[in-house]
Design a protein around this ligand. Structure first.
Ligand code: CA
Length: 708
C-alpha cells in the first residue's frame, strides 16, 4: 500500500463529543400522557442473548450485546459474491449524513435518517410501512458538532426507541410509529445533542448525549422501557465540589481535577459506544473528551480528569461504577474513548480471556479484561506522534514533546477525528481478527492563550483561526483512510487496504468469509475476510459512512447499507475526493441479494460550479478579518478555507442572489429550516460583510485555479 495521495491536511475539528447536562431539566415530557400501546415486535432480552439462534435477524445495534457485528449467515460467500446484485432501494428524502445501523426483525427494517427521522420498511421489498419525524428545530443544527446525524434505533417489546437531536428520547409503537412516550433527557438551555443509538438492557433504555465542544457535563441515563420513567443517571465527570457529589465514584474523580472545571461543564460526553455482558452483569460505556479540549484551560493545576476519555463498567440496574480504564489521562487533543466497544473471548498466552477491545481516537488499540478492567495489551494501530507507547506497568500512555502545544503550534497525529472515529469495527470469530476503519489525518493544534468561554460557539481552547496562517509553515502529512485487519492477540496488522478518502464506512463481517465496507468516494466493496482480497465492488456514487448489516427473509440472505455521506466530514474533509464533491448526496438504503433485479436510481451530478459561476464582487479591506471570523464560526460546518466536503453548502459558489441576501441568511436565519441557524447573537452586520468578502475572494481564487 503506497501512500499515494499527499495533501496538506489539516483538519479542524471533528469529532464528536458528548455532552453533559444539568439536572434540573430532566423533565418527562409525556410518560403517562399517551394512550398509545406497544406494537407487535417482540424483541426481548432472551432473544438478543440468543441472537445466534436466529441469524436471519439483526436485533440490536451491534447485532448482539457484545457488538461484534458478525453475521453467521453464509449463503452469500466468497465463492458466489460475484452474483450479488441490487434487490431494492429506499430513499429517505434526507441529504445530510446517514450513520444508522438498521434493526431487522420479523421481516421489518427500522432505521433513522438525518434529523433523527425514523423509517420502518418491509425488509424484503423496501416498501415504506411508516415514518416518524420528531420535528427537531432547525436551529439545533448549530449545536451539533458533527452534522445532524443519528446512528439508529433500538427495538424492544413492541417499541422503537430513538434519541432525537434536540435531546429527547422517544418511544414509538413498532407497528404504527405513534408516540408512546417522549422524555427530555437534557437541559434545553444547554448545548446538548443526541446522535447515538439507544441500547435496551434489562428493560431499561440507556442513552447518552453530545456537546463537549460547546461546554457541557457528560452523562448517561437509563429509562424504564415501558413507562419512560428515569431509573438512574451516571455522570461521567464531577460537578461543583461545593455541592454534594452524586456518588462515591464522582467524589473520587474530583480529586483528579483542578480549577473550576464545572463552570464550563468538563465534558466527558458519552455519545456513542456501549456494550453489555449479561453474565458479568456489566454495561460498558465509552466516555468522550474534555470540555474545553485544552487541559491548561480546563484543569489548570493538572490532573487526569476522570472519567474523561475512559471506558467505564457500570451495573445496569443501578448505574453504579464497577471499574474504569482511562485511555488518555488529562486529555488535551479531543481523544475520546467513545469509539466502538467490542467484547469477545480470545486466547491469550494459552488462556481463554474475556476481553473488551477498543480503538479509541488516540491511536492505540486496547485489549482489557472486561471483568476487571485490567490492561492486557495496547499497541498503536495508526501513526501516533503524541505518545511513544502505553506503559504496561502503569497502564498510561507516555507523552512526547511533539504532542505538547502549550508553547508553539504542533502538527499532531492523530487529529481530533482520531485514528478511528465512530464508524464501527467488526470482529470475526472465524478469522480471530478485528477490522478497523482507520483515519490517517493530522491537525495543527495551536493554543488559544486568550481563551474565554462563550456559550454561543465552540469552546475548544485551541485557535482554529490560526490554522490557515500556519498551513504553509508545517510539513505536509498524508491524508487517507484505510481498512486494517488487526490481530488482537499479537497486536499486529495482518493486512490492510488503503482508500483515497479518510472518512469511510463502518464494517460488517460474515460467516461467508466476507467483509463489507462503503467508502467516501461512493463505492460499496466486499473483501475476503481472511486475506483482504477485493472480491466485489459496486460504484454507487453516494459516499457511505454507515455500517452494513445482513439478514435473511424466506431463505434469502440480504446485505444492506445506508448510503449518504456526512458526519464529522462537514468540516471540509475529503473535499474533491468524496462522492459528495461531484454528486448530490441522497440518503438511500441499498439492499443486495444473490440475483437481485433492481436498478440503481440516478444520482445527479452537481453543477460544474467554478467555471460557471459569475466572478465575485464586493471585496473590501475587511476580508482578512472575515477569514478569522469564518474560521472561528463557520468552518466547522462549511470547511477549512471555505472548501466544502460537499455535504453542506459550498460558500465559494454562492449565487448573486445569495450574495445579495447573505445577511438575511446569516443573521436573520432565513434558512434555519435547513439547519443554518441565525448568528445574530455573535455577528454584527459589518462582520457578516467581512465574511462575505473573504468568501468572495476564495471563490475567485479557486475559480481562477480551475480555469488554468
Ligand atoms: Ca469531541
Amino acid at each position: 500500500m503506497t501512500k499515494s495521495r499527499w495533501m496538506i491536511l489539516v483538519w479542524i475539528l471533528v469529532l464528536v463529543v458528548g455532552c453533559a447536562e444539568s439536572d434540573p431539566s430532566d423533565s418527562s415530557g409525556s410518560p403517562g400522557g399517551s394512550s398509545v400501546g406497544p406494537g407487535s415486535t417482540a424483541i426481548n432480552a432472551a432473544r438478543i442473548v440468543a441472537a445466534d439462534d436466529e441469524p436471519e435477524s439483526w436485533l440490536a445495534h451491534g447485532r448482539t450485546y457484545d457488538e461484534q457485528r458478525f453475521s453467521p449467515l453464509d449463503q452469500i460467500n466468497d465463492g458466489n459474491i460475484g452474483e450479488l446484485t441490487l434487490a431494492w432501494t429506499y430513499d429517505t428524502g434526507g441529504d445530510r449524513g446517514h450513520e444508522a445501523t438498521p434493526i431487522v426483525v420479523d421481516g421489518k427494517m427500522f432505521l433513522t435518517a438525518d434529523w433523527s427521522i425514523v423509517h420502518a420498511l418491509d425488509a424484503a421489498t423496501g416498501e415504506l410501512l411508516w415514518s416518524y419525524d420528531p420535528e427537531v428545530p432547525g436551529e439545533v443544527g448549530r449545536i451539533a458538532c458533527c452534522d445532524v446525524v443519528n446512528r439508529g434505533v433500538a427495538v424492544w417489546e413492541g417499541r422503537v426507541f430513538v434519541g432525537a437531536l434536540d435531546g429527547r428520547l422517544i418511544a414509538l409503537n413498532s407497528d404504527t410509529g405513534e408516540v408512546i412516550w417522549d422524555v427530555r433527557t437534557t437541559d434545553p438551555e444547554k448545548p446538548y445533542t443526541i446522535t447515538g443509538a439507544p441500547r435496551v438492557v434489562k428493560g431499561k433504555v440507556v442513552i447518552g448525549n453530545g456537546g463537549a465542544e460547546y461546554g457541557v457535563r457528560g452523562y448517561v441515563t437509563a429509562y424504564d422501557a415501558e413507562t419512560g420513567d428515569r431509573v438512574w443517571r451516571f455522570y461521567t465527570v464531577p460537578g461543583d465540589p461545593s455541592l454534594p457529589f452524586e456518588n462515591p465514584a464522582l467524589e473520587a474523580a474530583a480529586e483528579t481535577w483542578t480549577g473550576e472545571w464545572w463552570k464550563i461543564g468538563g465534558g466527558g460526553t458519552a455519545w456513542d459506544s456501549m456494550a453489555f455482558d449479561p453474565e458479568l452483569d456489566l454495561l460498558y460505556i465509552g466516555v468522550g473528551n474534555g470540555s474545553p479540549w485544552t487541559r491548561v484551560h480546563r484543569s489548570p493545576g493538572g490532573g487526569d480528569n476522570l472519567y474523561l476519555s475512559s471506558i467505564v463498567a457500570l451495573r445496569p440496574d443501578t448505574g453504579e461504577l464497577v471499574w474504569h480504564y482511562q485511555t488518555t489521562p488529562g486529555d488535551n487533543w479531543d481523544y475520546t474513548a467513545t469509539q466502538h466497544i467490542l467484547l469477545a473471548d480470545i486466547e491469550i498466552d494459552g488462556e481463554e480471556r474475556q476481553v473488551l477491545m477498543q480503538a479509541p481516537k488516540n491511536g492505540f488499540f486496547y485489549v482489557l479484561d472486561r471483568g476487571t478492567g485490567e490492561l492486557l495489551s495496547a499497541e498503536n494501530y495508526v501513526d501516533v506522534t503524541w505518545a511513544t507507547h502505553v506503559d504496561m506497568e502503569t497502564g498510561r500512555p507516555v507523552e512526547t514533546e511533539e504532542g505538547i502545544y502549550d508553547d508553539q503550534p504542533r502538527m499532531i497525529l492523530p487529529s481530533p477525528s482520531g485514528g478511528h472515529n465512530w464508524h464501527p469495527m467488526t470482529f470475526s470469530p472465524d478469522t480471530g481478527l478485528v477490522y478497523i476503519p482507520t483515519i490517517e489525518l493530522a491537525l495543527i493544534y495551536a493554543l488559544d492563550s486568550g481563551f474565554e468561554y462563550n456559550a454561543k460557539t465552540w469552546n475548544l481552547g485551541i485557535d482554529l483561526a490560526a490554522i490557515p496562517k500556519l498551513l504553509g509553515e508545517m510539513p505536509a502529512v498524508p491524508t487517507f483512510g484505510s481498512l486494517k485487519a488487526w490481530d488482537p492477540v499479537t497486536q499486529t496488522e495482518v493486512w490492510s487496504q488503503q482508500h483515497p478518502g479518510a472518512f469511510n464506512g463502518g464494517l460488517l463481517s460474515t460467516a461467508g468469509n466476507l467483509l463489507f465496507q462503503g467508502t467516501a468516494d461512493g463505492r460499496f466493496i466486499a473483501y475476503s475476510a481472511d486475506v483482504g482480497e477485493v472480491l466485489w465492488e459496486e460504484q454507487v456514487n453516494i459516499g457511505i459512512v454507515a455500517p452494513p448489516v445482513s439478514y435473511a427473509i424466506d431463505g434469502e440472505q440480504y446485505v444492506a447499507v445506508l448510503a449518504g455521506w456526512g458526519g464529522n466530514v462537514i468540516v471540509g474533509m475529503d473535499a474533491g475526493v468524496s462522492a459528495a464533491s461531484t454528486f448530490e448526496n441522497p440518503g438511500r438504503l441499498l439492499a443486495y441479494k444473490l440475483g437481485g433485479e433492481a436498478d440503481y436510481p440516478d444520482v445527479r451530478q452537481k453543477r460544474q460550479a467554478f467555471l460557471a459561476a459569475a466572478p465575485g464582487s464586493g471585496y473590501s479591506d475587511q476580508e482578512e478579518r472575515g477569514q478569522d471570523l469564518y474560521h472561528q464560526l463557520c468552518a466547522v460546518c462549511h470547511g477549512l478555507l471555505a472548501v466544502s466536503s460537499g455535504v453542506t453548502a459550498d460558500l465559494r459558489l454562492m449565487s448573486d442572489r445569495v450574495h445579495e441576501n447573505f445577511d438575511v441568511v446569516v443573521r436573520d436565519g432565513s434558512l434555519v429550516e435547513n439547519g443554518m441557524s441565525s448568528f445574530a447573537d455573535v455577528l454584527e452586520e459589518a462582520d457578516v460583510e467581512a465574511i462575505r468578502a473573504y468568501l468572495t475572494r476564495r471563490g475567485d481564487e479557486d475559480r481562477a485555479a480551475a480555469a488554468q
